[in-house]
Design a protein around this ligand. Structure first.
Ligand code: SF4
Length: 275
């Protein structure tokens, strides 16, 4: 048994820990959730798990088509992107920083927030580590030169429709999240279950092993992955640190590009994203 089949064997034993009738697969059309789709439907042939996706209006067209192709049910958010922009603001730096900025813009001046925004403790010492605003965000915010920012785009387009479905169906999600994806996820996903019993069986899967599984079993992979490593929402500034945002914008048609560039306009300007 090679490393790929060893991992898949182990994945099977992880699935033995759940009752399939109590879970649904949260399908985003991306590489990780599609691996789970393939595993459930074709490799392990596990019955009873519903496949649920969300049309956030923001996915790359190829990814959105996959969502409609593979899901038993596609959920729709209750708010549209421009309604969220008007009411709460748009994403810009990172989810954590945008949450701090949004609280500040809404008038909070709690001691913790002041520390994170200014980068200084009350005793004058510097806040160390990454849990503080970056220099650009700090300067623009403190000089009132920044647009309305908020991470609520994700809340309304992704989290709320999923929570509503879970409440109505009584099902818990199987999430294709991996611990080695980002700093925050490394600490968030350290076993097969989260505290609230979400099932995260890929938490320990590395990029390299995932690619090997895809290769060995010839699993379908969207063309968009030839150009960028990760995708989902088109042009989201949260992908800008790897310059995926610019690459993504080159892969969509003029009408989609116009929509996305208008939605993220102010954030692109701050981040220097050329469109
Ligand atoms: S990933 Fe970006 S564009 Fe997509 S819902 Fe979240 S914040 Fe909005």
């Amino acid at each position: 048994m090679d490393i790929v089949d060893l991992y898949l064997y182990d994945l099977k034993t992880k699935f033995n820990k759940i009752n399939p009738k109590e879970y649904y697969l949260s399908y985003s059309g991306g590489k990780d959730s599609h691996l789970l789709y393939w595993f459930i439907k074709e490799y392990a042939k596990i019955d009873g798990i519903k496949i649920i996706g969300i049309n956030t209006y923001m996915e790359h067209p190829e990814i959105r088509d996959r969502i409609y192709k593979y899901c038993d049910k596609v959920l729709l958010p209750t708010m549209k992107p421009f309604e969220i922009k008007e009411k709460y603001g748009i994403p810009c730096f990172s989810k954590w920083q945008d949450d701090m900025i949004s609280r500040w813009q809404n008038g909070s001046r709690q001691p913790y927030l002041i520390e994170r925004v200014t980068g200084k403790f009350a005793n004058g010492e510097n806040v160390k580590g990454r849990f503080k605003l970056n220099k650009t965000a700090k300067e623009l915010l403190l000089n009132n030169q920044i647009h309305k920012i908020s991470p609520k785009c994700c809340t309304f387009l992704k989290k709320k429709p999923a929570r509503k479905f879970e409440k109505e169906s009584g099902l818990k999600p199987i999430l294709g999240v991996r611990g080695n994806e980002s700093g925050l996820r490394k600490t968030q996903y350290t076993s097969c279950f989260t505290k609230d019993k979400k099932f995260t069986p890929l938490w320990d899967l590395t990029d390299d092993l995932e690619n090997k599984i895809y290769e060995k079993y010839n699993i379908e992979i969207p063309k968009v992955y030839k150009y960028i490593e990760r995708t989902g929402c088109m042009g989201c500034p949260y992908g800008s640190y790897k310059h995926d945002t610019e690459k993504e914008l080159k892969l969509i048609n003029d009408k989609q590009k116009e929509f996305i560039c208008e939605y993220f306009k102010e954030s692109y300007k701050v981040l220097g994203i050329e469109v």
